[in-house]
Design a protein. Structure first.
Length: 95
């Protein structure tokens, strides 16, 4: 049995309002309850909004949103935080 715990996202999951064409830096990092067992890696099982990139190591979304024809547009996507125990290869994921 593994004592590896999944990383925990802190906050509501709503990244707020962003303006197209303005450089964005959005922190989506998760709390790591097992920091000594290995790194947390970040990914998105969903397509990210055009112009944004997710740093898989640091957990930051960055870039510039592309302009939309809509006055306001809501993007829905998930971020996954994956923890791998380097001693045995066990993995846990939180989205």
């Amino acid at each position: 049995m593994s004592s590896l715990q999944a990383p925990e996202f802190i906050g509501t999951g709503d990244l707020g309002v962003s303006i197209a064409g303005v450089r964005q830096y959005l922190n989506v990092t998760a709390f790591d309850p097992n920091p000594g067992k290995g790194p947390v890696r970040y990914s998105s099982p969903d397509p990210l909004p055009a112009g944004l990139t997710l740093d898989p190591t640091l957990g930051y979304l960055y870039g510039q949103l592309t302009a939309q024809a809509d006055y306001s547009h809501r993007y829905n996507f998930r971020i996954a935080a994956t923890k791998t125990d380097v001693s045995n290869g066990n993995t846990v994921v939180n989205t």
